[in-house]
Ligand binder design. Structure first.
Ligand code: SAH
Ligand code: SF4
Length: 342
């Protein structure tokens, strides 16, 4: 729902402003999915609005649930027929997280990522980005799932910083207390490293969690794993991260997928440690080692014991580090597995 447009529409129908206000909580907080359910509205208005507009700009095409029920993936159709994917995760008993897409496809083309193989189709609008969270609020209400969608991560399809304007708009909507009402510290944005936008982000959203998909800490290797590195090499990224730390008091998450024989060697750990040291105080950095989810690519995941050994090297250098095993691998709902052939 584009809230401004909806408000305009209600006004055009000759209705007083409070009719729009009556929509806010049911739609954004409670996940009501049709105007017919707005109990404070007269029947005539429900009908008129139902004919003129729909609450959600996206339509469900397909839903899959992981065996452990902690991950659901939805394929959603945009108004122009383009398909995107969004995932609802339950990382712990009390937490519900939506992983949302910011573009249809992605231009960066990381060879280990399924989305990267699609190329870029188009940017998503702020409405399409936030409607993925709205979709999950509606879903939770319909399925009578107790709890509240409280966390959002921009880690679905696309590079959020290549769609900076609409991403910013969507963040403001998610944090707006009278709309989605999500806490800034419950939202995370991940980028492959569009350096100038890292600085803009620190300025614009210092309270929102920020993750950089590093994956390699020497330029030659990173050029091949995260091709945008050719435009914004590590020296540039380092400067942007330093500026980020000056402006924001939050930790930076360095994401690092462990790929067997590619970026998990001793020298790779050493490069990673030197890079972290060159960025800033180590207590402001956190290395998130990610278990690779198999995609249609020649890469293989690092074995668990080797991943632990790599982590140990990082921790011995006094850098915080965790290993992240993603949910939803059995339904291709995990990071990097989001693809929809169209
Ligand atoms: N484009 C942004 C955000 C979306 S990708 C970015 O790259 O940061 C979200 C996360 O999933 C990134 O850290 C990305 O590197 C990771 N990812 C991509 N492919 C993966 C795969 N096959 N296995 C595990 N993680 C993957
Ligand atoms: Fe794009 Fe991120 Fe996938 Fe790289 S990992 S291709 S930047 S979505």
């Amino acid at each position: 729902m584009d809230w401004e447009k909806t408000r305009e529409l209600i006004k055009e129908l000759g209705e007083p402003a409070y009719r729009a206000e009556q929509l806010r909580k049911p739609v954004f907080e409670e996940g009501v999915s049709s105007y017919g359910e707005i109990s404070t509205w007269p029947e005539s208005l429900k009908e008129k609005m139902g004919k003129k507009s729909q609450i959600l700009s996206l339509r469900l095409k397909e839903m899959t649930v992981s065996q452990d029920q902690r991950c659901r993936k939805a394929v959603l159709e945009c108004r122009d027929g383009k398909m995107i994917e969004t995932v609802l995760l339950r990382p712990s008993q009390a937490r519900w997280t939506a992983c949302i897409s910011s573009q249809v496809g992605c231009a960066v083309g990381c060879p280990f990522c399924a989305t990267g193989q699609m190329g870029i189709k188009r940017n998503l609008s702020a409405e399409e980005i936030t409607d993925q969270a709205l979709f999950w609020r509606q879903f939770m209400r319909q399925e009578k799932i107790a709890g509240r969608l409280s966390h959002v991560v921009y880690m679905g399809m696309g590079e959020p910083f290549s769609n900076y304007e609409q991403m910013s708009k969507s963040l403001k909507i998610l944090m707006d207390q009278s709309l989605f009402n999500l806490a800034a510290r419950h939202i995370s944005v991940s980028t492959s490293g569009i350096a100038p936008k890292i600085e803009a982000f620190a300025e614009d959203f210092p309270q929102v969690n920020f993750a950089l998909s590093l994956h390699a800490a020497d330029d030659k290797l990173r050029d091949s794993l995260v091709p945008v590195n050719k435009a914004y090499p590590l020296a540039k990224i380092r400067e942007s991260l330093k500026k980020y730390l000056q402006k924001s008091s939050r930790k930076i998450f360095l994401e690092y997928i462990l790929l067997k024989g590619t970026n998990d060697r001793n020298e790779d750990a050493e490069n990673l440690i030197s890079f972290a040291r060159s960025v800033g105080p180590l207590e402001l950095l956190h290395v998130n080692l990610i278990v690779f989810n198999q995609t249609d690519s020649p890469f293989k995941a690092t074995a668990e014991k080797d991943a632990r050994a790599f982590q140990k090297k990082i921790m011995n250098a006094k850098i915080h580090s965790t290993i992240r095993q993603n949910l939803g691998r059995d339904i291709d709902g995990a990071c990097g597995q989001l693809i929809f052939k169209q």
